[in-house]
Design a protein around this ligand. Structure first.
Ligand code: BES
Ligand code: ZN
Ligand code: ZN
Length: 513
């Protein structure tokens, strides 16, 4: 989809449909909506007066101008923004997605729209344009690369899978705003496309995207955009002493890869980098501590943290971020077999610390232990890890926020600020040594990989990772509830969400200058 920005009257724009919006409680539409209401003979006012349209968030209505209505498009799509006082950039993202999806359903190819919220004075026009582009791209995303034939050939219904919006035209009356809107659209496009890139990595099942394929897809992307890429093979990991990662890899016939992405902007040679580590379990059966069958298929999303890191590095490189940033993704398949590690085994991580494996299903912290240990060589100014680590975080926070655990309040503060900007929510859980270190105390090794019980299992995961962050300001994001959705909300269609891409990019670029 092409996105262009132009000045002019929305009603005079050649397109298959135009989008206008309405705040809840508005009785007399003004601005762009008013300027369309008038030639429509007050049709929007009547929609409001009858109570048929209230303007609640993501409500839509479609109106059909007559030839003498002086509106170039054959359709007007009206989208609700909710109450004016509750308006946020996330509402703009949602409205944009809702309108774009409605337009696509109607078979629209050229869609013209105003920038939602740009006229409110409460949000910055550049940010509003960014949210518009993000909402449209994220909302229209479909994962169809594994479908060999169109849905209609079996159902006989409209072939919706062929419908596609080719052009989104952003229309603004005030010419002086154009550079800002263009900058926002550009930023939004790069971020959202990096997020959809991550979504597609996560949506690919374990047979199609084992560790080697994940590394290859990452390399292809990195080569295209000029990002530095390297992938270590098992021999190289062996020489580095990555015994925790290799322990998890032992049960699988799929060779592991340790993916390293480096964004080294010009002049950043002496800059201490931000290091982002992402859990890259391409499929998690649980290993010898095997998971029950029900819902196991969804464990193809267990590289959601890794995909978020890869997507964030893509975005930072394309945006030309001034911040030196490193992405580390231990890519491993967790399988049971005669070569697999057993409960009770003790593994030695790269930094020499030993871990007693109580459950082979708590494998994410094992591969991330080696990633965090490897990250130390960069002497980072901050380090994050992002992982679909525990079912426990879903018990605590559901699908509303990622759990954040940290050894440094400043890192948490920065993450919260980034989350406010991107709409990807985080909520802090504690990592008090006095209360929780006992959860990982082992009788025979430096630590054990699970506390055994269900109590505070998300925190037990964080406590283990904390031992590998050492003195580096660090936070762990448990995104188990966020990487996947069954809900189908405006800019998060069912499936992989790509959670974390925009959050990590926003967070890392916050360290620049
Ligand atoms: N990948 C899972 C966590 C998970 C669960 C992600 C549900 C997404 C949805 C992880 O490797 C795991 O199995 N964790 C265990 C840890 C336990 C053995 C301490 C869990 O949460 O049950
Ligand atoms: Zn597991
Ligand atoms: Zn896992």
């Amino acid at each position: 989809m092409n996105i262009t920005v132009q000045t002019g009257q929305l009603g005079a724009t050649e397109s298959d449909a135009i989008v206008v919006n309405l705040f809840q409680g508005t009785t007399n539409p003004t601005g762009a909506t008013g300027s369309i209401n008038q030639p429509l003979g007050g049709a929007i006012s009547r929609l409001i007066a009858t109570g048929d349209f209230t303007g609640r968030p993501n409500q839509t209505a479609v109106l059909y101008p007559l030839p003498d209505h002086d509106i170039k498009a054959p359709r007007v799509i009206l989208v609700g923004l909710g109450k004016r006082d509750d308006f946020t950039l996330d509402k703009a993202r949602q409205a944009s997605a809702t309108a774009a999806r409605r337009a696509r359903d109607l078979g629209v190819k050229r869609l013209a729209t105003i920038v939602h919220g740009a006229g409110t004075g409460s949000v910055d026009p550049t940010r509003a344009a960014q949210a518009l582009a993000e909402g449209a791209i994220l909302g229209l995303y479909r994962f169809d690369e594994l479908k060999s034939r169109a849905a209609s050939s079996t159902s006989g219904e409209d072939d919706d899978s062929k419908k596609e919006i080719q052009e989104l035209i952003v229309v603004e009356l005030d010419e002086s705003k154009l550079p800002d809107l263009e900058a926002g659209v550009h930023r939004g496009r790069l971020l959202a496309e990096s997020q959809t890139f991550a979504r597609s990595l996560v949506n690919r099942p374990g047979n199609i995207l084992p560790p080697v394929a994940l590394a290859e897809a990452t390399q292809k992307m990195a080569d295209q955009i000029g990002l530095q890429f390297e992938a270590l093979d098992p021999n190289q990991m062996e020489r580095l002493g990555m015994g925790a990662l290799l322990g998890v890899a032992a049960g699988s016939d799929q060779p592991a890869r340790f993916i390293i992405l480096e964004h080294n902007p010009e002049g950043s040679e002496n800059q201490k980098p931000v290091v982002l580590c992402g859990k890259g379990i391409t499929f998690d059966t649980g290993g010898i501590s095997i998971k029950p069958n029900e819902g196991m298929w969804q464990m193809k999303d267990d590289m959601g943290g890794g995909a978020a890191v890869i997507g964030a590095l893509r975005a930072l490189a394309l945006l030309g971020s001034k911040q030196r940033t490193i992405g580390l993704v231990p890519a491993v398949e967790n399988m049971p077999s005669g070569k697999a590690i057993r409960p009770g085994d003790v593994l030695r991580a790269m930094d020499g610390q030993t871990i007693e494996v109580i459950s082979t299903d708590a494998e994410g912290r094992l591969v991330l232990a080696d990633a965090l240990a490897y990250g130390q060589r960069y002497e980072p100014q901050a380090m994050l890890d992002v992982a679909t680590l525990t079912g426990g975080v879903i018990t605590a926070l559901g699908h509303g926020a990622a759990g954040v655990m940290a050894n440094d309040p400043n890192v948490v503060e920065r993450l919260k600020r980034a989350a406010d900007a991107t709409g990807e929510k985080v909520w802090e859980l504690p990592l008090w040594d006095d209360e929780y270190k006992r959860a990982i105390r082992s009788d025979i090794a430096d630590m054990k990989n699970t506390g055994g019980g269900r109590a505070a299992s998300a925190i037990a995961g964080g406590m283990l990772l904390k031992q590998f962050a050492k003195k580096v300001p660090w936070a762990h994001l448990d995104i188990a509830g966020m990487a996947w959705t069954d809900a189908d909300t405006p800019y998060k269609p069912k499936g992989a969400t790509g959670y974390g891409v925009r959050l990590l990019a926003e967070y890392a670029s916050g360290y620049a200058g």
